[in-house]
Design a protein around this ligand. Structure first.
Ligand code: S3P
Length: 173
């Protein structure tokens, strides 16, 4: 099976959908932000706040390389990982299928506001919306664009992705 890489804006549900995919397929999962936090003993949010976004982006690329060397079959990226050309090249060099979870801004914003995860790059709604619009061009470069319709649960989104990537395989559920 090709490795599944999920990308999309903050609050799109990448981590949760990845959890469902790994549960259904009984395969290893890696969340890039969690991976960074475990190895650096600091969350991406704290790295950005203390050292700035550029420092975080370098760290992110370093751990993306390591993540791609693991056996994880499902990887959820951070919202900004896919924007850097070097990162896209690394991912494409590793036989991955990239899936953009396409969401509308308002539903991302609701998730950002209600989440315990800190997001220093989405401090207020105006800034977050500008980022959302600005990033669409890069997200469009993903192999698949999957609209996360409001009535779908994260588990249903995971099932759609599995059917897309490996038709007929529903795991044992
Ligand atoms: C970021 C998204 C965050 C995290 C960091 C930067 C971004 O991950 O990597 O705060 O630039 O969009 P989520 O997409 O999981 O919120």
């Amino acid at each position: 099976m090709k490795r599944i890489v999920l990308l999309g804006f903050m609050g799109a549900g990448k981590s949760l959908v990845a959890k469902h995919i790994s549960r259904i397929l009984k395969c290893e999962r890696l969340d890039l932000d969690e991976f960074i936090e475990i190895n650096e003993n600091m969350s991406p949010a704290d790295i950005i706040t203390l050292h700035g976004e550029q420092v975080f982006r370098d760290i992110e690329t370093k751990y993306l390389k390591k993540a791609l060397e693991t056996n994880a079959q499902v990887i959820s990226l951070g919202g900004g990982t896919w924007l850097k050309e070097e990162n896209r090249r690394l991912i494409k060099g590793h036989d991955c299928v990239t899936i953009w979870l396409v969401t509308n801004f308002e539903s991302c914003w609701i998730n950002i506001k209600s989440s315990v995860k800190k997001r220093p790059l989405a401090k207020d709604k105006r800034i977050a919306r500008e980022l959302f619009i600005e990033r669409e061009k890069a997200y469009c470069l993903a192999d698949w664009h999957l609209p996360v319709l409001p009535h779908l649960t994260s588990k249903e989104v995971a099932e759609i992705i599995i059917e897309l990537v490996m038709p007929g395989n529903k795991g044992d559920q």
